[in-house]
Design a protein around this ligand. Structure first.
Ligand SMILES: *Cc1c(COP(=O)(O)O)cnc(C)c1O
Length: 407
């Protein structure tokens, strides 16, 4: 089916063809040394990715989900505590929270950036919590549980509004763990520090995913935690390896959550190209904007405030007749996707959290309109012309049909 697409939603084959010889060399070296888990490739990748993210420490783990879960546990989130995040994200964000034993609570997103609405966060901490419950930390009124941490998600490759989030966290004695799984290399301009800061360097720790389709993807699964806190990094090294600091001496119960050497080797090769690939994604985003123009009211384009530099993991537009639009594009050979069709609070998996439709109106509204267009570094101008031409004709058809039906 993919082969039928003139413009696939995501095409990783170009990049892998270009790097094939180098990638195969990594595999051959691993075979010949039988070094599959841990070892120098992992350590070197960790050092290089730490430098890329502008942090002191990086710990490679087996996935982004594990990265987030280990970061929460290592930062001291205890079973029964609340961790606040957003409802429009990949389910892994909430899974990591509940699998760390904590309770996910949501705050709505901001309609233009699709990231955590800092006013809703302030409102949650100020009015839906008893402000100074345990240890100066807020206590969630509805559940009676202590709020311990906030997980802002840098969705679609654009950072959340971190200054106010960090300020609220400081005021309420909360830990911030960034979900940077879609934001390798994204930047945020901190007014407070008067400098650009990299995604993954702003919270107490951050989680990255190297799932193949991410901006930096392995040829399999992988993830990493970044932090400037040496003790937290050490704890994560133990958590990923059955809680051991020394072989068979277990300080705590941990997990099997290591990054394997072959993936680390692949990631080292790809990391050298990441800035260039992110640049190409930004360029493609610029071309989409140009092609859409400023007067196509039917298509809401991504909003990139001047305090953020997005790396366009996804290029997400909003359209009224989303399902028809998707179908029209598919018939024209254009692959699209939806990130994400159902906000987490309305997923079957989270019915027990007790949320109802209407609880997060912005996330709910946006979920019915968002459409992710093809986006990857090798996307060509010709392919983008096709996407936008089809998008605009479909919009016109829909508008005409509405007019016709109304008459
Ligand atoms: C991909 C992703 C994750 C999970 O990463 P995995 O490596 O697939 O476990 C978590 N959060 C967000 C926002 C993601 O996009």
């Amino acid at each position: 089916m993919c082969a039928a697409y003139k413009v696939p939603f995501l095409d990783l084959t170009g990049v892998h063809a270009e790097l094939e010889e180098e990638l195969v060399t990594v595999f051959r070296r691993a075979l010949r040394t039988s070094g599959f888990v841990g070892g120098p490739e992992v350590e070197q990748f960790e050092n290089e990715f730490a430098r890329f993210c502008d942090v002191d420490h990086c710990v490679g783990v087996s996935s982004g989900t594990d990265a987030l879960r280990f970061a929460l546990v290592a930062a001291g989130v205890e079973p029964g505590e609340v961790v606040v995040t957003v409802p429009n994200t990949f389910i892994a964000t909430a899974e990591a929270i509940s699998q760390a034993g904590a309770l996910p609570r949501f705050v709505d997103i901001e309609e233009r950036t699709y990231n955590m609405d800092v006013e809703r966060l302030a409102d949650y901490l100020g009015t839906r919590c008893i402000p100074e419950g345990g240890n100066g930390r807020p206590v969630d009124k509805e559940t009676g549980k202590v709020v311990k941490a906030i997980v802002p998600v840098h969705l679609y490759g654009q950072t959340a509004e971190m200054d106010p989030i960090l300020e609220l966290a400081e005021r309420h004695n909360l830990t911030v763990i960034e979900d940077a799984c879609q934001a390798h290399g994204a930047e945020y301009f901190s007014k407070k520090e008067n400098r650009w800061r990299r995604a993954g360097s702003m919270g107490r720790a951050a989680a990255f995913s190297f799932y193949p389709g991410k901006n930096l993807g392995a040829c399999g699964e992988g993830g990493a935690v970044t932090t400037n806190d040496p003790e937290l990094a050490q704890k994560i090294r133990m958590l990923r390896d059955h809680g051991q600091a020394k072989k068979y001496y277990h300080e705590m119960e941990g997990y099997n959550g290591r990054l394997d050497a072959i993936q680390a080797g692949f990631l080292r090769i790809k990391l050298k190209h990441l800035s260039e690939w992110n640049g190409k994604r930004r360029q493609a985003a610029g071309r989409y904007r140009e092609l859409l123009g400023t007067d196509s009211h039917e298509v809401i384009q991504p909003y990139e405030p001047d305090w953020t530099r997005a790396v366009y993991h996804l290029f997400v537009v909003r359209v009224a007749q989303r399902e028809e639009m998707m179908q029209h594009l598919a018939l024209a050979g254009v692959g699209t996707s939806i990130h994400y069709p159902i906000p987490l609070h309305l997923q079957n998996a989270y019915q027990h959290l007790g949320y109802r439709p209407g609880d997060f109106p912005v996330a709910e509204k946006v979920a019915s309109e968002i459409l992710s267009l093809p986006m990857f570094p090798g996307l060509t101008r010709d392919q983008q012309n096709i996407v936008i031409a089809q998008l605009l004709t479909s919009g016109m058809e829909a508008a005409n049909r509405e007019r016709y039906e109304a008459a």
